[in-house]
Design a protein around this ligand. Structure first.
Ligand code: PEP
Ligand code: MN
Length: 342
């Protein structure tokens, strides 16, 4: 059972309820969220004792009492609740597109990419300044200089930007520039980072770790929520499978299932799952059909010359085609769903 208090609940009231729960034989853990306190009673009753329930309900400081069916009370849900960033609703009536290079290279390239992806209908530009790399010898991003390029292009092209943040100490600076801060797959369980993002209130795009279960992914989102921000977008980017021919396997089933377990909008990144350009579009279309409300796609003016992830990056024409087709799949899926509800 989870007992959530209203902000400002006096200590004596929280302690009184804790004692009640202890008396019922529960192990009680206190979770301090930014605005509220929660007591997690590690006991699951078919029907909680009536007496206990009436005492809990009688406290004017208790805001909510939830079952323990879920350890993700803040992000659990079975219908997507839209989250709006920069006036763009994720999970609203249209598909959201985020596109741009793996890593920010030059101002000229990023600026040209911003214009091209915007013309193709993308609402956000992506590009990494801080890159997590499996090998310490790979390019790790342009850092602060790249962030400044991103800030300049954001202003000039009037487009929202998404960029990765790798450590808690970078959150404040990255959130100054980015409309959405990205947590990479390799950092999905960097709990200090998640907490700092939650405290900052910056909208976050949380990639799924390539070895993480759906519940581990949602629990990572819960960490951000408990720390103070529920503006969280989830992004499936492929999980590790046994097959060496694919870089990763886009977990299309996972997208369909996760939608029934969380109200957070779910996006897909077909680029990192595909690893190769020719597979990006089919995966993107499958993700939209499975219920993704947005796509994040790697796009570069000249993919062959890209410093990072060129093999999976699309050129401008290929992205424009993908965007058109993805919107068509979105339209088909949503008009059918709409008709089902009539
Ligand atoms: C990226 O988006 O460039 C990236 C590094 O993605 P992931 O964390 O999913 O590997
Ligand atoms: Mn990449």
């Amino acid at each position: 059972m989870i007992v959530e208090f209203f902000p400002g609940a006096p200590r004596e009231d929280v302690e009184r309820i804790r004692t009640l729960l202890l008396t019922e034989g529960c192990d009680v853990t206190e979770v301090l969220a930014t605005r509220t306190v929660m007591l997690i009673a590690d006991r699951h009753w078919q029907t909680p004792p009536l007496d206990l329930m009436s005492q809990l309900k009688a406290s004017s400081w208790v805001a909510d009492i939830r079952g323990m069916g879920s350890l993700i009370p803040r992000v659990a849900g079975d219908a997507t609740k839209p989250i709006t960033v920069r006036g763009v609703p994720f999970g609203g009536d249209s598909l959201v597109l985020i596109a741009g290079p793996c890593t920010i290279e030059t101002y000229e390239e990023l600026s040209a990419t911003a214009q091209a992806v915007r013309a193709a209908g993308a609402q956000f530009l992506r590009g990494g300044a801080f890159k997590p790399t499996t090998s310490p010898y790979s390019y790790q991003g342009g850092g602060e200089e790249a962030l400044q390029i991103l800030a300049a292009v954001r202003k000039e092209a009037d487009i929202g930007v998404v960029t990765e943040v790798m450590s808690p100490t970078q959150v404040e600076r990255v959130a100054e520039v980015a409309d959405i801060v990205q947590v990479g797959a390799r950092n999905m369980q960097n709990f200090d980072l998640l907490r700092e993002i939650g405290r900052s209130g910056a909208p976050a795009l949380l990639k799924r770790g390539f070895g993480a279960t759906l519940d581990e992914w949602l629990s990572a989102a819960e960490h951000i929520a408990v720390a103070g921000s529920e503006r969280i977008l989830l992004c499936e980017r492929g999980i590790r499978s046994f097959d060496p021919l694919t870089r990763a396997s886009l977990d299309v089933s996972g997208i369909a299932v996760a939608r029934t377990r969380t109200h957070l909008p779910i996006l897909a990144d077909p680029s990192h799952a595909a690893g190769m350009r020719r597979f990006v579009e089919p995966l993107a279309l499958a993700a939209v059909a499975a219920g993704a409300v947005g796509l994040m796609v790697e796009v570069h003016p000249d993919p062959q010359s890209s410093i990072k992830d060129g093999a999976q990056s699309l050129d401008f024409d290929a992205f424009a085609r993908l965007a058109r087709r993805a919107r068509a799949v979105w339209g088909a899926a949503h008009s059918e769903r709409h008709a089902d509800l009539q």
